[in-house]
Each structure stands twice: as structure tokens, then as C-alpha cells.
Design a protein around this ligand. Structure first.
Ligand code: C5P
Length: 219
């Protein structure tokens, strides 16, 4: 099944828990985009040169993924990446990387390969529209911008003061704009997706809704 939606809509945390309850594997496609962004920044490739890289050059950076019990570990030349994927620098630059056709082509292959390891809950921006268009169940999560900003702050351990929520909302809205406005694989509701607005749902409620939907549509 696929789970798409804008930044801060709760996709990754929801996808992880839904996968656990259904016994599927969780594919966090954003982690792959983040890993490649980290690889380019770490190698000191200036952003002005990113668009000139071909698919083979991008592959040569050595981003890979390896099945774990409930999902996949993302590695850069054998080194597992975790906290490196969530730094402000990577979050700030990832949308620029995600609009490059060569980067998307390279990661498309990795994402489809993940399907070979069994049933997936795949979360991202184009899982239901481009990567797995034939998925049995497609979900699109939405939530009010201010609520998404508040959740992001709480998730990262920050206090959700009005001023910080407003600043976080600006950052999220900027990334949404880039993700929705790009020419290739823009963020949009995939055909056949069920839209769930999580603004007023608790985490447990949103997980239960998605799990019920999958059970209803596939069992
Ligand atoms: O979901 P997450 O915030 O980790 O995604 C990071 C970024 O990776 C997104 O803002 C988007 O630019 C890119 N992305 C994408 N397509 C996906 C998943 C992520 O373009 N399927």
C-alpha cells in the first residue's frame, strides 16, 4: 500500500506503525532522498553542479538500502545513516535534489526493488502516482498547515510556541511549494487514493483508519 502527503502530515510515523500492525515492511522513500542529499553535501559537491550529474554518477555515490525486520536500513557506502538524514542542512536542501530527473531515476529503481522483499507500506510524495501506481491501497494524508508545523516541532522535541509554529509553518509551506510545483513527479493526490484529513485525529485514530482501510480493501 502507498501513503503519500505533504511534509509534516505524519506519513512516516503512521506508515511505520501501520506496517508493524499489518506485518508489512515500511519503505520510507524520503529517507532515500535525504541520504542522497547527505551524500552530495558530504562529498562537497556544490549545489550548482547537482543538475549536471548523470544517473551513473549519482549511483556511484553509493546510497543503498538493506532489509531489516520491519523496514530498510539506508546506507552510504556501507555506513548506516540515521541522524544524518534529519539535520536542518539536509532538510533544507532535499527538495532541490528531489527535482533532478537523474536523482529520481536512480531512486526509483531502489524503491521498486524494495517491493521484491514482500508487502510494503511505502510512504512519500509519489508512491501511489509514480513508483507503485498499481498498489492495492493508496492513501493520501492531509492536515492543516499549523497542525503539521506543531507536530513537527513536538516530534523534534521543541516547544510549540506561537512564534515557532509560525516559523515552522513557513518552512513547511516552502518545501510543499517546491514539492508540488516541480515538473517531475510533483506531490499530488494519486489517482484512486483515499484522502484522510488527520488534523483532528489522534495518532491512534489515524493509524486505525489506515489499517481498517487496508483490511477492508485487501482481505
Ligand atoms: O518525507 P520526507 O520529509 O523525509 O521527504 C524529504 C523530501 O524528499 C521531500 O520534501 C521531497 O522533496 C523528497 N521526496 C520526494 N519524493 C518522495 C519522497 C520524498 O520528492 N517519494
Amino acid at each position: 500500500m502507498t501513503l503519500d502527503g505533504p511534509a509534516g502530515s505524519g506519513k512516516s510515523t503512521t506508515a511505520r506503525e501501520v506496517a508493524r500492525r499489518l506485518g508489512f515492511r515500511h519503505l520510507d522513500s524520503g529517507a532515500l532522498y535525504r541520504a542522497l542529499t547527505f551524500a552530495l553535501l558530504d562529498a562537497g559537491v556544490p549545489e550548482s553542479a547537482w543538475a549536471g550529474l548523470g544517473t551513473e554518477q549519482i549511483k556511484a555515490f553509493g546510497v543503498s538500502q538493506h532489509p531489516t525486520e520491519g523496514g530498510f536500513e539506508v546506507r552510504l557506502r556501507g555506513r548506516a545513516l540515521v541522524s544524518e538524514l534529519r539535520t536542518a542542512k539536509v532538510t533544507d536542501r532535499v527538495a532541490a535534489l528531489a527535482r533532478l530527473p537523474a536523482a529520481r531515476a536512480c531512486l526509483l529503481e531502489l524503491q521498486r526493488e524494495a517491493g521484491a522483499h514482500g508487502r510494503l507500506v511505502a510512504d512519500g510524495r509519489d508512491m501511489g502516482s509514480v513508483v507503485f501506481p498499481d498498489a492495492a491501497v493508496k492513501v493520501y494524508l492531509v492536515a492543516d498547515l499549523a497542525e503539521r508545523a506543531r507536530r513537527r516541532l513536538l516530534e523534534t522535541g521543541g516547544a510549540a510556541s506561537e512564534e515557532r509554529v509560525a516559523r515552522q509553518a513557513d518552512a513547511i509551506s516552502e518545501r510543499d511549494g517546491k514539492d508540488s510545483g516541480r515538473d517531475i513527479s510533483p506531490l499530488r493526490v494519486p489517482e484512486g487514493a483515499v484522502e484522510i484529513d488527520t488534523t483532528r485525529l489522534t495518532f491512534e485514530e489515524q493509524v486505525a483508519k489506515v489499517v481498517d482501510l487496508v483490511r477492508r480493501l485487501t482481505l
